[in-house]
Design a protein around this ligand. Sequence first.
Ligand code: HSE
Length: 399
Amino acid sequence: MIQVAVMGYGTVGSGVVEVIEKNKEEINKKSGEEISIKYILDLRDFPGDPYGDKVVHDVEQILNDPEIKIICETMGGLKPAYDFTKRALLMGKSVCTSNKELVAAHGPELIAIAHENKCNYLFEASVGGGIPIIRPLNYSLTAEKIDAITGILNGTTNYILTKMEREGADFESVLKEAQEKGYAEKNPEADVEGYDACRKIAILSSLMCGRHVRYEDIYTEGITKITAADFAYAGAMGKTIKLLAQSKEEDGKLYAMVAPFMIDGEHPLSMVNDVFNAVCVHGNMLGDSMYYGRGAGKLPTASAVVSDVVDCARHLGKVIMCFWEEGNVALTGIEQAKRRFFVRVAQENERKALEIFGKASVVEAGVPGEFAFVTEVMPEKEFNEKANETGIISRIRME
Ligand code: HSE
């Protein structure tokens, strides 16, 4: 029997307990041994909960118990999760986590500590919730040189953008409704400003490079400025707008960013709607592959944590390889990245815009008082200079 502790009995932690209980036959068979939950760490008590007798309040009880071989860290945040995780790994206990903040901030250090202590730090649930994406990058695509990863990595913003598109509604009203229904947090900043997707693409970019990509270095723009008019223009072009998290290697330079993009109706990510997430991975031999599913939610995320528990159980005392070394990757500034831009200007600026931008494809969507167009391919720096000179209402990058 392998004894497991769960740290944090919130949404994901209680999901982990539920998955281990409901699928125990499958899980035990695939682990090769019975997986048993011995402790649940939380500040609160849970009277009446069937697992209430396993709740402890002191992490030392878990760390000092030699029977505990695997810990599920579902607390979230850096403190005290970082300290608890580091101490567990130093004692040779494997840790499986859904905590993207911690993985993005301290992933390579914690992986190195795990390997030095013949245990594992696994984080399948930290990106894309229940979608297997970390394991494909680590185990399945090992014959590939991966040169691009593009994903819809945040369910809340994808839900909001999908509603805006379908209902012709503005951002604020859809956000309010999403909050009332519990699909968006009361404080939605981390989602709508792109910070959550930024942590996730930092993790995927690091696995793509094998070295640490700092989330602080990734250009990040959220969806708060996207309007119903933008969707009207997108619709007129047969396109939609998605918050994309991207990492691309071109001519030895690595670009990473999170921003809303206009994408073609034929693009596979345009069909990813509501709270679903998807990740497109491009490898130099395989070409494109795509991973799709529920990127958030109690049971999908818990299922990914438990898949890591099974992996740890199969590899007790052995290191599962993961190439993510310390030493930061220098990202190339996005101002050098070349692409087309969708631009809106006031009607009276039409002539000036055409003089400054030169060749442009005009977009008609019946929005009064405006002129809209798509530029030629140009570096972001050149675009910004031209946009400043013109005086624009807004711009959205074209994928
Ligand atoms: N807030 C996140 C989302 C939860 O909306 O995708 C999963 O990380």
